[in-house]
Ligand binder design. Structure first.
Ligand code: NAD
Length: 250
């Protein structure tokens, strides 16, 4: 059964080849969606979209730039006539301790993870409201729930906790228009977000904290995003769904 047949989905930060966004884009496309991949580099986004097959599109969009978000979503609405799903996946992290966080670190991490989620959502909400349907899926993190301890520093935990608050408040406000908003809290997933900075010792310590005794796969998160994007979760809004191999059970 194809769960997103005829639907139009936008995924931010989805050009990273081993990333959660790309895996989600792939699964959405397999389920019949037409997908727009947004990322900082337009060529990389276009290449990622081409991997999905014909009809998908890749565009440059820095999610910290409100005008860029508004423009790209307006262009997609002009092309498609609607947007059914937005996955706010663009994110960055930095392994800093509390006293190491400088203004530039705070701004970079808060801006991409939290401000970007706000701006991309604001750019699709009027359309989703007028359609009286839509699903927004935000990427938070187990770091928000347990105070880091995986890779990202306290500013990353704060940004992702902010994403949870934003998710729940948006869910409450948009529910009357049948626009659902949910968050995914991945645990440790093997992607390139750690940018080669994960030492073997860190890796060992992380795995010891995971009852399922393995890192997550990007496809583990994509499956959850598909559930939240699709009608299978029609009565689910304002939730935070854990995809963490048991590393936080609460
Ligand atoms: P990744 O580094 O593989 O991909 C992130 C993508 O975001 C990259 O393609 C990057 O170019 C893009 N990006 C960065 N800044 C951007 C901006 N300003 N505008 C648009 N795009 C931008 O990361 P990933 O591991 O696939 O992570 C995806 C999301 O999941 C992130 O929000 C991350 O915080 C979250 N997450 C990841 C893990 C994990 O273990 N991998 C765990 C919890 C949460």
């Amino acid at each position: 059964m194809k769960l997103l047949e005829g639907q139009f989905a936008v995924i931010t930060g989805a050009a990273s080849p081993r990333g959660l966004g790309k895996a989600t884009a792939q699964l959405f496309a397999e389920h019949g969606a037409t997908v727009a991949i947004l990322d900082l580099n337009g060529d990389a986004a276009a290449a990622a979209a081409a991997d999905l097959g014909a009809g998908h599109i890749g565009l440059a969009c820095d999610v910290t730039d409100k005008a860029a978000c508004d423009k790209v979503m307006a262009d997609l609405i002009a092309r498609w006539g609607r947007i059914d799903v937005l996955v706010n996946n663009a994110g960055i992290t930095q392994p800093l301790k509390i006293m190491e966080i400088e203004a530039k670190n705070y701004e970079a991490v808060l801006d991409v993870n939290l401000r970007g989620t706000l701006y991309a959502s604001q750019a699709v909400i009027p359309q989703m409201r007028s359609q009286k349907s839509g699903s927004i899926v935000n990427l938070s993190s187990v770091s928000a729930q347990r105070g880091g301890g995986i890779f990202g520093g306290p500013h990353y935990s704060a940004a992702k906790a902010g994403v949870l608050g934003l998710t729940k408040a948006m869910a409450r406000e948009l529910a009357p228009d049948n626009v659902r908003v949910n968050a995914i809290c991945p645990g440790f997933i093997a992607t390139d977000i750690t940018a080669g900075k994960l030492t073997p010792e860190m890796n060992k310590a992380i795995l010891e904290g995971i009852p399922m005794n393995r890192a997550g796969e990007a496809s583990d998160v994509a499956g959850c995003a598909l559930f939240l994007a699709s009608g299978l979760s029609a009565y689910v809004t304002g939730s935070e769904v854990d995809v963490n191999g048991g590393s936080l059970i609460h």
